[in-house]
Design a protein around this ligand. Structure first.
Ligand code: 2BA
Length: 109
């Protein structure tokens, strides 16, 4: 069994959960925040049997889209005066950031 931890954009989360549930996967959805953009994203936890792992990854790949997002980064504008103003930078946020772990034990009590 594997544990898939998938960090996805909020815009894709509802559709991704529906598609995974329709295909028989169990999913836990967490509201999370990206450290760089400080914006909300969604983290899904899926415990999947080895033979269903590729299917889950295919659903994630199909649903999650890369998008450009604007982040504001503080910038010094007045040299040593200590004045900072936000300025926009564009970043490409991935379809999904996925971590895969082997599950040592899976227990439901
Ligand atoms: P955020 O940390 O808010 O990052 C959003 C996007 O900003 C990233 O998209 C990347 O394009 C850019 N970015 C992040 N850190 C950067 C940096 N130090 N300099 C320049 N640009 C930077 P993704 O790479 O697709 O990541 C989307 C979200 O997935 C991240 O949101 C974070 O919540 C999570 N994530 C990505 N890599 C991770 C990792 N190695 N460990 C834990 N979480 C990760």
């Amino acid at each position: 069994m594997k544990l898939i931890i998938a960090i996805v954009q909020d815009e894709d989360a509802a559709r991704l959960v529906s598609n995974l549930m329709n295909e028989g996967y169990s999913v836990t959805k967490l509201a999370t925040t990206g450290g760089f953009l400080r914006a909300g994203n969604t983290t899904l936890l899926l415990g999947v049997d080895d033979e269903k792992f590729a299917g889950a990854m295919a659903v994630i790949e199909k649903v999650c889209k890369s998008r450009k997002q604007i982040a504001t980064s503080p910038s010094p504008v007045a040299g040593t005066s200590g004045v900072y103003v936000p300025y926009p930078i564009e970043v490409m946020v991935g379809g999904a950031t996925v971590f895969v772990m082997n599950v040592e034990q899976f227990v439901k009590l």
